[in-house]
Ligand binder design. Structure first.
Ligand SMILES: Cc1cc2nc3c(=O)[nH]c(=O)nc-3n(C[C@H](O)[C@H](O)[C@H](O)COP(=O)(O)OP(=O)(O)OC[C@H]3O[C@@H](n4cnc5c(N)ncnc54)[C@H](O)[C@@H]3O)c2cc1C
Length: 397
């Protein structure tokens, strides 16, 4: 590993000097020069306002010409000729990012028999669809995806690529990123554009979810991120006329090292938290399995799905398919009611994108109130029955 300074970019401002904890850099003739005290920690890279410093791992990586990269891509995966819903959710976020950058939003599909479905995606604000068509691509072939996507990205040079953090997305995304020497941030819960630089700010939980890290990949392109289903919302309000680029390929089984013998569909989940419009949840504060009866009743009155934090799942008060958070489901319903949940960061990352959050907690300092739109401070065993009664009255009126 070594550190290099681009002498054309370096202005000798000294920001690296101030940021270096080891005194490993000097400014000589208005250029940063690294001394033997530099331990390659990389603190200076973040601080450099002109991106002149690069840490090189292994072979020397050429600095990419970022000006050649334009546009936001969403890679759609599909099963039985249906596009996975996470692609539409990513288009919602992708439209926002592409509006900020004033660039095109593109949906990329590697598949077959999608010809009639491509215009429809215009409802989600897509400017362009790149459709790689081949009969074999009706199924997912890991190596064909990796090769085809790498070639497409090398040719079209998008600056941002968003992929669903599904088993399929998690399989091909890192392999494509490696081929392209690009940065990839997995399981992002927030995506934004940095105003001054136009870089993608990729936020995700780290260190067991105890802190949220915002990651940038300022010196490589494209910037790639995976996002779990349910993190963002599909948005049908931005209808566009779609430009379709269709690329016909004659892939054969001999072109892939994989042979698909049988596809076994996963059993459909009984609990569908990701698509629920209303979710009522309980945490340790509910107190017991018996205590969950009123939480369930509130869910029934509201026509909601029932969920919970990790604690009631660990205590067997709830099934594990109902856990919400970092190691459970990610949800973004219209209404999320949290009863007796403190609001640990590992829970918040799974529900903080909900449209309206109502929290019931007896502790006024519970962190859940920091994300809640409406907070009720009180004992849930009194508040929830009162709410149920009022809701029933409203329904019967
Ligand atoms: C790697 C890792 C992954 C994790 N993944 C997840 C995850 O996916 N999902 C998740 O939820 N957690 C997860 N956790 C656990 C997380 O850190 C918290 O421990 C957990 O979310 C706390 O659950 P809780 O809010 O129900 O319980 P607590 O934090 O104990 O909070 C209980 C709350 O109930 C309130 N309360 C008590 N009695 C009442 C009452 N009668 N009326 C009203 N309020 C009352 C209390 O004031 C308190 O705020 C993870 C942790 C780690 C380390």
């Amino acid at each position: 590993m070594s550190i290099i300074v681009d002498t054309d970019l370096c202005e000798g401002c000294g920001a690296c000097l101030t940021s270096c904890p080891y005194g490993g850099v000097e400014i000589i003739d208005d250029i940063a020069v690294f001394t033997e005290d530099c331990n390659l920690c990389g603190a200076c890279i973040e601080s450099c306002p002109v991106d002149a410093i690069t840490l090189v791992r292994g072979e020397r990586i050429e600095r990419v010409d970022k000006s050649q990269y334009k546009g936001v891509w969403i890679i759609a995966e599909h099963y039985k000729n249906e596009i996975h819903k996470v692609a539409f959710q990513l288009l919602g976020k992708g439209r926002e990012l592409s509006n900020t950058l004033n660039v095109n939003l593109t949906l990329v599909i590697l598949g077959d028999k999608f010809d009639d479905k491509l215009e429809e995606v215009g409802e989600y604000g897509v400017d362009e669809v790149i459709y790689v068509k081949s009969a074999i691509l009706k199924d997912y072939y890991s190596d064909l995806y990796v090769n085809t996507l790498t070639d497409l990205i090398t040719e079209y040079k998008p600056e941002i690529i968003l992929i669903g953090a599904t088993p399929t997305g998690r399989d091909f995304a890192p392999r494509v990123a490696k081929r392209l020497n690009a940065g990839l941030t997995a399981d992002c819960t927030g995506l934004d554009i940095e105003e001054e630089t136009g870089n993608l700010m990729q936020t995700r939980p780290t260190f067991g979810g105890n802190i949220m890290a915002t990651i940038r990949t300022p010196s490589s392109r494209p910037q790639m991120a995976t996002v779990r289903p349910g993190t963002f919302k599909a948005d049908k309000t931005a209808k566009k006329k779609v430009r379709i680029i269709k690329i016909e390929k004659e892939f054969k089984e001999k072109d892939t090292v994989t042979k698909i013998i049988k596809i076994i569909a996963r059993q459909k989940e009984k609990v569908n938290l990701e698509d629920a419009e209303i979710i009522v949840t309980g945490g340790r504060g509910v107190g017991s399995m018996e205590g969950f009866k009123i939480i369930e009743e509130l869910a029934n009155v509201l026509g909601a799905e029932l969920g919970g934090s990790r604690v009631p799942v660990e205590l067997n008060w709830l099934g594990e398919d109902r856990q919400i958070g970092q190691t459970g489901k990610t949800v973004s319903p219209k209404l999320y009611v949290a009863c007796g949940i403190s609001g640990a960061i590992q829970h918040l990352v799974g529900m903080q994108n909900s449209e309206i959050i109502v929290a019931i907690n007896k502790d006024p300092l519970a962190p859940i109130f920091q994300v809640a739109h409406y907070g009720i401070i009180g004992d849930l065993h009194k508040v929830v029955p009162a709410l149920i009664e009022e809701l029933k009255k409203t329904k019967s009126e």
